[in-house]
Design a protein around this ligand. Structure first.
Ligand code: PEP
Length: 250
């Protein structure tokens, strides 16, 4: 039985005081919640705040991006060992905003995935198709290609220590959620594809859904057999919403 995981992606939002209020609310409502893993992923400057506020709680935390390089002349970048220094657990790699706005290729995402694992971080690997790709009937090819890049570089066994997030690009931040059936179909495709390579890895793989998840639709999405929780953007900034989503997963 896989344990569901709900992770908040704050994107480039927040501030010390705002975060503090949100974290207080999450800790008082969610600490001790059984049955689901929970995490929040903040911008780099606030990781120290997460480290101190979430120590000894049931909420883990993570970063939203990381360099594929170990160290060196990469101004503005942050390495996996720097994240590990803070006691970081998760790092999102290949978010669609990184792929589309910052030109991250499948190969770069695979390098980030491997660098994260080499440092002992758990990568949350985002995959997903654009609206044009869905309408063009190539959703599985796109998601398959994004997965293949990581599997070819890191090997299928690497997915035993990773999370996959299926995030249809057309559903991210748009208010348009994939229907539970649409999401389940792609999740089943992902699990089936991995199962063809290693059934045990596929059976244990946590596959989150992301794309306009909110309190009102979380339970139905999470009740699908291959949807193991969610990667939550906008709703993770609203305490009551995120708390309800975590409870729906537990
Ligand atoms: C995301 O940022 O990964 C995301 C899924 O955003 P939202 O929940 O706002 O669609």
């Amino acid at each position: 039985m896989r344990r569901k995981l709900v992770a908040g992606n704050w994107k480039m939002h927040g501030g010390l005081a705002e975060n503090q209020a949100l974290l207080e609310a999450l800790k008082s409502a969610l600490n001790g919640l059984q049955g689901a893993g929970m995490a929040v992923c903040a911008p780099y400057p606030y990781l120290a705040q997460l480290q101190s506020e979430l120590a000894a709680t049931d909420l883990a935390w993570g970063a939203q991006n990381v360099s594929e390089h170990a160290k060196g002349a990469f101004t503005g970048e942050v390495s996996t060992s720097m994240l590990k220094d803070f006691g970081c657990t998760y790092v999102i790699v290949g978010h669609s905003e990184r792929r589309s706005l910052y030109g991250e290729s499948d190969e770069t995402v695979a390098k980030k995935f491997m660098a994260a694992q080499a440092a002992g971080l758990i990568p949350i690997l985002c995959v997903g198709e654009t609206l044009a790709e869905r309408e063009g009937g190539v959703t599985e090819q796109v998601v398959g290609r994004q997965l293949d890049a990581v599997v070819h570089a890191a090997g299928v066994d690497a997915l035993a220590k990773a999370v996959v997030a299926y995030e249809p690009v057309w559903a991210i931040g748009t208010g348009k959620t994939a229907t539970p059936e649409q999401a389940q179909a792609v999740h089943a495709y992902i699990r089936g594809k991995i199962s063809g390579l290693n059934k045990a890895v596929a059976d244990g793989l946590v596959i989150q859904y992301g794309g306009s998840v909110k309190a009102a639709n979380a339970a139905e999405l999470f009740s699908q057999p291959d949807i193991d929780g969610g990667l939550i953007g906008g709703a993770s900034l609203i305490a009551d919403e995120f708390i309800a989503i975590c409870k729906a997963a537990a």
